[in-house]
Design a protein around this ligand. Structure first.
Ligand SMILES: Nc1ncnc2c1ncn2[C@@H]1O[C@H](COP(=O)(O)OP(=O)(O)OP(=O)(O)O)[C@@H](O)[C@H]1O
Ligand SMILES: [Mg+2]
Length: 328
């Protein structure tokens, strides 16, 4: 990526690797990931449980646990968050970039009114604002996320799951960041509410011109609202491209499974089990030789176990890591 692009990207991950120290040895959760999000762009990150999505999210505001080593560059609004001072990092959190964490629905303070919770980051980052100005901002934010301004006086238990998730989104937008990262923002919600929240996120991103990185198990969810989609498997990107192309014409056998392009075998009731895929992703501490997906891949040939396939552009803006591309 050249200098001009680097400035226009609100998030630019360059060859990011994250390794956890564990009692059983080093656990490489993310391996050599490159990913960019530009202003007003919605990028989706998909992949099965344990493929490293939340680990990647943690690096964006240097919130990874102390047991994690991060290599590569994590540029947020052009600043390398892994190496900048604490002061600069604090300034970047909420105001430059904000994260809606996985499971955040349950992280609201139960004994504080939601208006006060939304006001907290605003007070912290814009101490010069009067009480009244903060109050006006809180009411505007609530209305932006489709809640009545009077909801500011509610306690979390007085809200539905969908309404609480709207509050989390209002909080994420409170200091007008240029990048929002939402980790599984709708997983705990029923399907109707899921669609409403995703539409809301998409509309807000378009209206406000912020970049959105949205993480989900469910590729079909991402296909609807994203401009681009990135698919991860065992810590690596295996395919990316324009969302509609990746979903309608998946090239990597893993993406095909995620998008349901393979006939479904196994338990049809298993919500997050990719169609037609037996087995589980590998333990990152004990990756199989060659392609990490080979042991589960219906197209695998002996050559697949020789070396990990590099990400290769097989079409404009379509990098795929598979030596069997085009052979399905
Ligand atoms: N603090 C930690 N210490 C050690 N290993 C961890 C830690 N957090 C995550 N891992 C491991 O890192 C790998 C990636 O986990 P991560 O939570 O990033 O996956 P994920 O894609 O977000 O999964 P999910 O869809 O279930 O949220 C997994 O093997 C997980 O067990
Ligand atoms: Mg996760």
């Amino acid at each position: 990526m050249n200098g001009v692009d680097a400035v226009s990207a609100v998030l630019d991950l360059r060859d990011v690797t994250v390794t956890y120290r564990t009692a059983e040895g080093p656990l490489p959760a993310v391996r050599g990931v490159d990913l960019t999000v530009r202003p007003g762009e919605v990028v989706g990150l998909a992949g099965e449980s344990g493929c490293g999505k939340s680990t990647l999210v943690g690096t964006v505001l240097r919130l990874q646990p102390a047991s994690a080593t991060v290599e590569g560059e994590v540029l947020v609004l052009g600043q390398d968050v892994q190496s900048i001072s604490w002061g600069k990092l604090r300034a970047l959190r909420w105001a430059g970039a904000s994260i809606v964490f996985q499971g955040a629905l349950h992280s609201l303070n139960p004994v504080q009114r939601i208006g006060a919770q939304i006001a907290e980051p605003i007070r912290l980052h814009e101490p010069e604002l009067s009480r009244q100005a903060v109050d006006v901002r809180v009411e505007e934010l609530l209305e932006q996320v489709g809640l009545a301004a009077s909801r500011k006086r509610s306690y979390p238990h007085q809200l539905s799951g969908g309404q609480r998730q709207r509050v989390m989104i209002a909080m994420a937008l409170a200091c007008r960041p240029q990048l929002v990262v939402a980790d599984e923002p709708t997983t705990a919600l029923d399907v109707m509410v899921q669609a409403q929240i995703l539409d809301l996120l998409k509309d807000l991103v378009r209206d406000l011109g912020v970049g959105l990185l949205i993480i989900s198990h469910d590729l079909s969810v991402l296909a609807d609202i994203c401009d681009r989609v990135v698919v991860m498997y065992a810590g690596r990107i295996v395919e990316s491209g324009r969302a509609n192309e990746v979903f309608t014409d998946p090239l990597h056998p893993y993406t095909k499974a995620l998008s349901g392009a393979f006939p479904r075998i196994g338990d049809p009731a298993a919500r997050y089990a990719p169609a037609g895929l037996a087995g589980d992703p590998p333990d990152p501490r004990d990756l199989p030789p060659g392609c990490s997906f080979a042991p589960r891949c219906p197209l695998a040939v002996p050559e697949c176990t020789v070396a990990e396939p590099p990400l290769v552009e097989v079409g404009p803006g379509r990098p795929v890591a598979c030596i069997r591309v085009g052979e399905s």
